[in-house]
Design a protein around this ligand. Sequence first.
Ligand SMILES: [Fe+2]
Ligand SMILES: [Fe+2]
Length: 463
Amino acid sequence: MMVETVSTHTDISTAQLVASLSRALDLTEGEPMGHAIRTCWIGMTIGQTLGLSQAMRGELYYALLLKDAGCSANSQQVSSWFGTDDRTAKHALKAVNWSNLLMATRYAIGQSKPGAPWWQRLSQIASVGRRGPKAARELVEMRCTRGADVVRQLGWVAIAPEAVLNLDEHWDGSGHPRGLQGEEIPLLGRILGLSQTVEVYWNRFGPGGALQVARERRGTWFDPNLVDIFLAAADKPVYWQDLSTVSGPEAIASLDPAPSTISLTSLDQLLHIARVFGEIVDTKSSWTAMHSVRTARYAASLADIMGLDTRAQQETLLAGFFHDLGKLGVSNLILDKPGPLDGEERRQIETHPELTYHILEPIEPIREIAQVAASHHERLDGTGYYRGIRDADVPLGAQIVAVADVFDALAHARPYRRQLNLDEVLNIMRPDAKTKLSPRALEALEWGIFHREDQFAISAPLT
Ligand SMILES: [Fe+2]
Ligand SMILES: [Fe+2]
């Protein structure tokens, strides 16, 4: 029996898949979806003018799209150090010349617990001040090191990880994490640094802002030669007209100089990429460390116990890895809140399944998997979110992922409650059989917990 069908005869364009998933990374950086895609377009035009080889341009393409692959690694620190929404703080940071002490100080003051009473803000500012300039280096290092690791894990690029590692180094040595100077910074890293800043300034201040920041930071942040190449191209109005049409994954996929595809005959390659992205989600908060990976595995085991065939089990695993992608767009102030959420916070967290769908939607061959992944908070009685669908309208795969998701959440600690033991977990879940959760999947869970202990193992409590 199949859950959902992904045609075994279809291939996925690797370029389009990664471009689609790059929009999840934009959310974590507090940028609008399409930031990485436009950064890719800007960087690829520079690479083209430089006359880079096809192989180098291939590396550049994926480095540009995946430059923020480590973005979730410092979200929790940004949120707790500044006492604010990590995405807002990151968004604001992009428009700051943090090499300039005065601007960096103004930024720290502006971002520390905005809206809180003055005495709370003062204490937060003092705490940021105590961390001193080391804090910026630490935050960049967490992001870049993790980003390079993620790109390396994906496996098909060779020098792109090094570019990601070095994208926040500056030509004059004022960057992080290593303070490299000039041509010590790998060329692709220099292209990434310039391209991402140009995109951010274009998006906020228009072409004038982008041109100005490139000119102002020529020779300080950016390689003068690359700035000159950019300025020569951007001198023509058509450059900005073309950039403004670049937003979706399909618009950028054609720039991959060596197009490749991922076969769906076997799902192994896609599962590998999905797991890597699931781990990016899981890294955003220590409270949900490994949550996507465990939920995916529990869900696949449930599908097996329920008698679904191997392909359907793999598709359930895939939906499990992807299910919380949209959480990359939720503030750590909410994810890590040590108490009940208020109405607005609940509304914000309930956006995440829909975001999951939007991120995956452009990947046409797996659109049904996107729907399964995005339906994991739907409930059989129609009380779930985000569509409020009910009964058989909730795809079977989503019913299975939902049981795995609730099981994992209850069996692990959350900032607002301790880790529950198995009896407590099952006592909470059992009354929901038939009304909210699939009775078949719950029955499979109870059977699996006692007959396949290794597949339903619970991680040790957080210390
Ligand atoms: Fe979720
Ligand atoms: Fe989840």
